[in-house]
Design a protein around this ligand. Structure first.
Ligand code: CMX
Length: 135
């Protein structure tokens, strides 16, 4: 498995419209895409800083993982996503090493990437995602 870079950092917010003002007007970043990921019950907004993206996440349903996260911990960093050659192979590889995974196989995430999550209880408290482009 080779992690090439941090693909994005996911940030849970109550309102993308509100949070966007900070990223755009204070930090001077540009929101280059917004997308709803129905499967994950979230709306997303993307910014680029170098080759790393920031992904703002707003829940679209009270049962969304992001809604539960905000209820428990408040707004803030929700997950870190690593770019890999194959999310499926990376998930398999860490599971073989005893890490608890959330997704046995990858699913489709924002920007058409194949994504899969590792459980934060197995990764020192950091919800971790692998992302890869369709092979
Ligand atoms: N980072 C770190 N710890 C987290 C966490 C996060 N993002 N979300 C939950 N936890 C912690 C909880 O605080 C809890 O800890 P304690 O037991 O110490 O209180 C523990 O994990 C288990 O939490 P839980 O409430 O029992 O379980 P949840 O129902 O909240 O589920 C998780 C947690 C990670 C399994 C679930 O959020 C999940 O499957 N996440 C993956 C999918 C996802 O997050 N999608 C949204 C982003 C989609 C995208 O980027 O497109």
């Amino acid at each position: 498995m080779d992690l090439s870079h941090i693909e994005h950092i996911g940030i849970a917010v109550r309102s993308i419209d509100e949070a966007k003002k900070y990223y755009e007007k204070v930090l001077g970043l540009e929101c280059y895409a917004t997308e709803e990921v129905k499967d994950q019950k979230v709306k997303t907004a993307f910014f680029k800083v170098g080759q790393t993206k920031l992904e703002l996440l707003e829940a679209t349903d009270p049962e969304s993982p992001v809604a539960k996260f905000i209820e428990k911990r408040g707004e803030g960093i929700h997950h870190i996503a690593f770019a890999v050659d194959s999310a499926d192979e990376a998930l398999k590889s860490v599971e073989e090493k005893g890490i608890k995974i959330i997704d046995k196989t990858s699913r489709k995430g924002a920007e058409g990437l194949d994504i899969g999550f590792l459980h934060p209880k197995s990764t020192f408290g950091v919800l971790t995602e692998f992302c890869s482009k369709d092979n």
